[in-house]
Unconditional design. Structure first.
Length: 120
C-alpha cells in the first residue's frame, strides 16, 4: 500500500508529510516515523546511493610540530625548576576539585620537561 499525499518527492521522503523516511530493512515495509504512512519495498527497488569517503591528510609541518619536543606545552612563566634549576616553566590549569576550591596548575620545565603541580 503506497501512500499518496500533497508532496511530490523522491523515495527518501514521505509523500504525505514530507519527513525523511527510515532505511529499508531486509524484510517488511517502510513506515514513516512522523505520520505512520506505509510504503511497499518495491518503491525502493531502483534506489541507489553513492557516497565517497574523504580522509583527512596530515601535512608534514603538522607532524613536525607534534613531534617537536622543544616547544613549550603552554604559556611560559618565570618559575625555577626544582630538578634542573632552569628559570622558565610552561603551565596549564584544570579545575579538578569542586567549584568552590581553586584550580590545579600543572607546570612543565621548558628545559628538562620535569612536571609539578600546584593547588591554588
Amino acid at each position: 500500500m503506497s501512500e499518496v499525499g500533497p508532496f511530490t518527492s523522491t523515495t527518501a521522503f514521505c509523500a504525505r508529510c514530507g519527513s525523511i523516511l527510515p532505511l529499508l530493512k531486509e524484510f517488511g515495509l517502510v513506515k514513516c516515523y512522523a505520520c505512520k504512512a506505509i510504503y511497499e519495498p518495491e518503491k525502493f527497488s531502483n534506489l541507489k546511493f553513492k557516497y565517497t569517503i574523504n580522509f583527512n591528510t596530515v601535512s608534514v609541518i603538522a607532524n613536525e610540530n607534534i613531534l617537536n619536543l622543544d616547544n613549550p606545552e603552554g604559556p611560559v612563566v618565570e618559575r625555577k625548576c626544582p630538578k634542573c634549576g632552569c628559570d622558565r616553566m610552561s603551565y596549564a590549569t584544570l579545575q579538578l576539585r569542586s567549584a568552590d576550591e581553586g584550580q590545579t596548575v600543572f607546570y612543565t620545565c621548558v628545559s628538562c620537561k620535569y612536571k609539578e603541580t600546584e593547588n591554588s
